[in-house]
Design a protein around this ligand. Sequence first.
Ligand code: AKG
Ligand code: FE2
Length: 519
Amino acid sequence: MSDINCVNEKKCMRKQKRAQHRIARDMNIKCCDESTENLVICNAGLVTGFKREELENILNEITKKYTIIMPPGKSYCFLKFDDKIVAEKVYQKFHGRNVDGQVTPIYLTFSQSTPDIEEEVTTTEFPNGLELIEEFITIEEESRLLNSINWDNNCDVSSELKHRNVKHFGYEFRYDINTVDPDQPIAPIPDDYKFLLDLFQKNNCGNHNYDQLTINRYLPGQGIPPHIDTHSAFEDSILSLSIGSECVMDFRKDNKKVSLHLPARSLLIMSGESRYSWTHGICPRQSDVIKIDNGITVKERGIRTSFTFRKVRRGDCECKFYEYCNSKRNEQMIDEVLAPGLELSYVHDVYEEISRIFKIGLDRSTGLSEICKKKSFEILLSDCLQLPFKTNSVDAIISIAVIHHLSTHERRQNAFLELLRVLRPGGRCLVYVWAKEQERNSKKSTYLRSNTTSNDSGINARDYQKLYNGLMLPIHENRTNFIHNDVLVPWKRKGGGEFFRYYHFLGDHRNENDATDMR
Ligand SMILES: O=C(O)CCC(=O)C(=O)O
Ligand SMILES: [Fe+2]
């Protein structure tokens, strides 16, 4: 320990609160003011350069029995002790104080749990289904390909993204919605590139009828965020030919990371597990560390151009990697056993919690009903699956923003049936739900238009998954297109922090339609 110096208490609390919200959002871990056997160091982690050994030295002064969990890429870390008395001791001794290895005081908070993750392990073993063919094309072919691209030609479907330039052939891959429209072909893959398609066939490079090509050009310092190419957009087997310069591409799954050196003229084949459940990305750096025969070295990056060939999918993805799949597979993961718990935690509890801000309401939430009662409004506490009305007894019903909170097709259908049951013959009903599609006649909805920050990162919501009873749900990025049918939508609180509400977006024309499916 060096220079024990307790800092301003208010500042400590402010930092603590901010970190608590971040940890709840990132890890779904609730921090608390009462003591538990878990602690979070809010502002020191692998990203801030905090070393496990330094932390061990500090903790060893108090106890030898603890577990340190340092999530990769995070500026905080977790400590687990055998009992809360020890955790309290550690809190008292270190919260708001300077410790060795950190330039600023560290802030601690208790938490209800610790993440169930291991640290990132770098391996050299290729993910299943990943293959790299070096010298796939000749130097002459490489320069022919490079010369064939005219980046100033705006006739092609091209765009200058924040991170790189791209051109598309066959179909446009829309980075804002992470998908292609299979019904809107664009200029086909140019004849100049047909020799590549023949080479793929000759070398048995996965799916042979590639009909979509994206050319990416990366300047030194540019990259592509980690992502999985949208399952519903493309078939299995995605090929990427590197030309002009080499680079290192990182593959990640769970806590595993594989950094793969892609030499110029090499062909990368991603299929099966590596295509469906590992992310791939290129870190925006000026240079890469690569292995050579007699050790490792640093290679400055040049301009790398990649030709990515894919086959546009028609119909649903049938992969077995459900938790990464945006085709209607998410739906299958939510069954009648999980549904009530999911809706309780991520719909009803949220509305109970926020009911204070509503002025009127007719709801399942006791909080909202209380407010109405106090204002002398007529109010019924009820569940949309069991309406407290006689059959054929109601003239008109308005159901606003309710049915999209039910998490299975059957439950949504039952809600519609329940509305129909109570409605008298000739009665009228208006149902209002969130739609998956947010564009009409190529015009974006107000919801999308009110987004002030562009989202051309190529990252899709899948990158923000949240674990619930073994169920993975993507966290939606507000004011962007809905990529998945089942998501958690964050509700930002004015004072910081957020609630997550479960939503099922209806109306995706390729998926079920809960209302019209009823016969
Ligand atoms: O540049 C590459 O090799 C990969 C490009 C890519 O992953 C993509 O466009 O989805
Ligand atoms: Fe990709």
